[in-house]
Design a protein around this ligand. Structure first.
Ligand code: GLU
Length: 445
């Protein structure tokens, strides 16, 4: 197979969300897995709604996720190419001017529907004579331009959806250029895909219906259409839209909440596929496991709970060197390997380390139940002498067991609560040396 060339083509009209990131990720995993090329195309033909700020933000987000690109360009720099392509289509008789207003089109649609016909544009503009057009333009009307579909059946073998077929006689000739001369997305995308040598168009299934017209435009302008893959949409765990969930947050918000890029990428690479949803520490691992054939056709469920547990799974395994800087930023006392190894399994997010800094090095209020008062008051006497080490906890609790007859939970839990103020937490053998003799004695009262 020749090396694939793919593109991720976001519109900088807002921030990146998990839905667009999944499309970016699938493109990236597919192309990198085959030593191909990943192009970032900025779809900013809508000059009013696109902003440089959004463009910068999406580049920051993609870089943070590790989805780096080999090349990038903006559609707003390429109007001359789109103009040239429209001229060619006009010469071929495939792009024709129409003068109906939105209201007139609406009336036509309603009439068609009332007669039980599909609301397909009737191509009335094709029968306008040069005189008719001159008259309309003299009235101040400006044309919009439609692509003349062949009326044939367009077929392709979608890499995710399997064999697809669109009857172009059942859809309206798409408008490629608006009255004000601006381009809709359809034509620029094809012109760019041809010029960039795109071999595979990989995008969400909301674009399936565009594919019929786009394949015809590819054939008119360039010969062959690329391979296509349309992935099912993302929904929440309950099957409904992602609104009001973590999945509706932007990448910037997810980053601020402390999610690891690989938790997001692991979840997005695996959901809706035949693979288990498991954390992977690197994109390269995800690349090795990627295949279009694993992607199912049902909507893919983005589960907030899964994302959290993937994040936790990554944090639990994270080597100290990977987090050293972040721990230093939290608190100088957190920047030790012993601290990190003691607490990491009790963190879902790296930022959870802050709570453990307080528990270990701060002054948590000891919790001592009435029936444990005497036991706790006498416990200090059995603490092994000298500096506390990882052996001290078992030596101490063995001595206490022998002295008091307490065992199991009745032995360990009162000590844990007195020393940490909590019922759960890291292994006490690791905590004891971190808390240190002085604080242990203080907390025992
Ligand atoms: N800018 C389009 C979008 O974000 C690109 C679609 C495509 O990949 O062809 O929906």
């Amino acid at each position: 197979m020749t090396r694939p060339v793919v593109r991720f083509a976001p519109s900088p009209t807002g921030r990146l969300h998990v839905g667009n990131v999944r499309t970016a990720l699938i493109n990236w995993l597919f192309s990198r897995g085959q030593q191909g090329k990943f192009i970032l195309r900025i779809d900013d033909t809508d000059l009013e709604r696109s902003t440089k700020e959004n463009e910068e933000a999406l580049k920051v987000d993609l870089t943070w996720l590790g989805l780096t690109w080999d090349d990038t360009f903006n559609q707003s720099d390429r109007f001359a190419s789109y103009d040239a392509a429209s001229d060619r289509l006009r010469e071929m008789g495939l792009l024709y001017p129409c003068y109906e207003t939105a209201d007139e089109l609406d009336v036509k649609r309603k009439i068609a529907q009332s007669r039980g016909r599909p609301p397909v544009y009737d191509r009335a503009a094709l029968s306008l004579t040069a005189d008719d057009r001159a008259k309309l333009e003299a009235e101040g009307r400006k044309p919009h331009w439609r692509f003349k579909l062949s009326g044939e059946r367009i077929e392709w073998n979608d890499l995710v959806r399997g064999p697809q077929s669109i009857d172009t006689s059942s859809v309206s000739d798409p408008i490629l250029i608006r009255e004000d001369g601006s381009y809709l997305y359809t034509l620029p995308s094809v012109v760019d895909d041809i010029d960039a040598g795109i071999t595979h168009v990989v995008r969400g299934e909301d674009h399936v219906t565009n594919s019929g017209a786009q394949i015809e435009i590819f054939m008119a302008l360039g010969g062959k259409a690329p391979e296509m893959a349309h992935t099912p949409l993302l929904v929440g765990a309950d099957g409904n839209a992602l609104s009001k969930r973590i999945g509706s947050l932007s990448m910037g918000e997810l980053r601020a909440r402390g999610y690891e890029p690989m938790a997001i990428c692991s979840h997005l690479a695996k959901l809706g596929t035949s693979d288990n949803i498991e954390a992977r520490a690197t994109l390269e691992q995800l690349c090795g496991e990627f295949a279009f054939s694993k992607i199912g056709r049902a909507p893919a469920r983005f589960d907030d709970a899964d994302l959290n547990s993937l994040n936790g799974a990554l944090v639990h395994e994270m080597p100290f060197e990977t987090v050293r800087e972040r721990l230093t930023a939290i608190d100088a006392r957190a920047a030790s390997e012993a601290f990190w190894l003691a607490i990491r399994e009790n963190c879902t997010f790296v930022a959870d380390a802050a709570g453990w800094v307080e528990t270990i090095f701060g002054a948590p209020a000891p919790v001592v139940a009435e029936e444990d008062r005497e036991f706790i008051a006498g416990a200090a006497a059995h603490l092994p002498a000298g500096d506390l080490t990882s052996e001290s906890w078992s030596a101490w609790t063995n001595a206490l067991k022998a002295a008091t007859g307490r065992k199991g939970r009745g032995l360990f839990m009162p000590l844990r609560k007195a020393l940490t103020g909590m019922e759960h937490g890291p292994d006490m053998s690791a905590l004891l040396p971190l808390i240190g003799r002085e604080k242990v004695l203080q907390r025992l009262g």
